[in-house]
Ligand binder design. Structure first.
Ligand code: ARG
Length: 459
């Protein structure tokens, strides 16, 4: 098969060499974007008079036929034709004859592939934003039904202070809100048109870049043709934003895995999001959460991969840049899949309210309440900390908790203790009283949920 760029060659590469250089096995994912970009390009060529209306109409009709075939999975591609761009151009010429060769007037594969990638990521990032929004709604609903569910809050994975389960869930809500903002900022830089930059230097044809950009609903065009074909920042931003999102999902997964263990027993995942063991009949494994935690690694890898591909490249296009695609496709698939699974997993999980609350009673996470109580009564906080620390040690030796001490024992530690201390020591009271802005107090959470609702409704 003759190469579309074969004019200056006297000899062709062997098949295995072609195969190494080809990207068609993966860039066929861009088939619809490539056609969309070509439609805008040919419309521009016609509007500017670079192509006759008649030629342009023939090309458009051919592209539409290819589009229909692509949508019905009716296109097969050839490795010999290297990539999606040359495959489609060859199919177009097969369909409409040599006039198909006029489509590439004033264009290069370099601005063509960049255009495809911008169009592809724009669509995918919009979908990801929508899925993030849906996950946030699931979190809001769960949180709303668990404002008064009390659980231990941890630092260092040691019980620290009692909190509301809703407060814990809402912490993730705000992380996802930042992720959503990052994707939105990414969209602003994705939505810029490289089309018309040519190979690197622009073109002698009187093209109208603003017109084709407009047809493709891009907000603006790249100011510099070399930057237009060399830039992959928008993909790096996507990969780094996705890495941060996956890090959030991975931390959440870790908690889901811990909470559903027999040691915690705070939640139970629905059967539809769990798997069994082929040997141990009793097992119910949180595989989906583990997989999301695991898949985080490949997204980080994709980011490091592309950063490394780009770091030493001179301007402008280099074939190395063909390596930008697989990591991007893989990241889209991983993020979309993980978000869908996560929303379903959270929505269907059962929360063991009694188990959570019981856990807050069998520990010292109310020790801060005791110290705050004393300092409220005038004792310097450092001194109060010391007094309570000694009381904790006393309890450890006596094998009991602070709330089990008699008022006599407490008064021996400090005469400031009164009977109302038992109410203060109750974990539920401890949560309720933490009403500082952004705290876990029930009133604060109600306010936070109302504020959060505005974030998901807006979009
Ligand atoms: N398949 C190529 C890629 O993805 C398309 C651009 C080819 N450009 C070139 N000058 N060889 O990067």
């Amino acid at each position: 098969m003759k190469k579309l760029w074969g004019g200056r060659f006297t000899k062709s590469a062997e098949e295995w060499v072609d195969e190494f250089g080809a990207s068609i096995s993966f860039d066929q994912e861009l088939v619809l974007e490539d056609i969309e970009g070509s439609m805008a390009h040919v419309a521009m060529l016609s509007k500017t008079g670079i192509l006759s209306v008649e030629d342009a109409e023939k090309i458009k009709a051919g592209l539409l036929t290819l589009k229909k075939q692509a949508e019905n999975d009716g296109l097969t591609f050839s490795v010999k034709l290297e990539d999606i761009h040359l495959n489609l151009e060859s199919k177009l010429t097969d369909l409409i004859g040599p006039v198909g060769g006029k489509l590439h007037t004033g264009r290069s594969r370099n601005d063509q592939v960049a255009t495809d990638m911008h169009l592809y990521l724009r669509r995918q990032v919009k979908l990801i934003i929508q899925l993030l929004n849906e996950l946030q709604i699931v979190l809001l609903e769960k949180a709303e039904s668990h404002i008064e569910t009390v659980m231990p809050g941890y630092t260092h994975l040691q019980r620290a202070q009692p909190i509301s389960f809703a407060h814990h869930l809402m912490a993730y809500f705000w992380m996802f809100e930042r992720d959503k903002q990052r994707y939105q900022e990414n969209l602003a830089r994705i939505n810029v048109s490289p089309l018309g930059a040519g190979a690197l230097a622009g073109t002698t044809f009187p093209i109208d870049r603003a017109y084709s950009a407009d047809l493709l609903a891009f907000d603006s065009i790249y100011e510099n043709s070399m930057d237009a074909v060399s830039d992959r920042d928008f993909i790096l931003e996507f990969l780094s934003t996705s890495s941060i999102l996956m890090m959030h999902l991975s931390r959440f997964s870790e908690e889901i895995i811990l909470w559903s263990s027999q040691e915690f027993k705070f939640i139970e995942l629905d059967d539809s999001f769990s798997t069994g063991s082929s040997i141990m009949p009793q097992k119910k494994n949180p595989d989906m959460a583990e997989l999301i935690r695991g898949k985080t690694g490949r997204v980080y890898g994709n980011l490091m991969g592309l950063l490394t591909v780009l770091k030493g490249l001179p301007l402008s296009y280099n074939k190395d840049m063909q390596e930008d695609k697989e990591g991007m496709f893989d990241t889209v698939k991983t993020v979309v899949g993980s978000l869908r699974i996560f929303a379903g997993m959270i929505q269907t999980m059962k929360v063991n309210e009694q188990g959570m609350e019981k856990a807050t009673k069998n520990d010292f996470s109310n020790a801060t309440e005791l110290a705050d109580y004393l300092s409220d009564k005038g004792m310097p906080f450092r001194e109060a900390h010391e007094v309570v620390g000694k009381l904790v040690l006393y309890c450890v030796n006596k094998n009991c908790y602070l709330q089990d001490l008699s008022i006599k024992e407490l008064k021996e530690a400090s005469s400031l203790f009164e009977d109302d201390i038992y109410h203060v020591l109750n974990p539920r009271t401890a949560v309720e009283r933490r009403n500082s802005a952004g705290g876990t107090g029930f009133k604060q959470i109600e306010n936070a949920i109302e504020k959060a609702k505005l974030c998901v409704l807006e979009k």
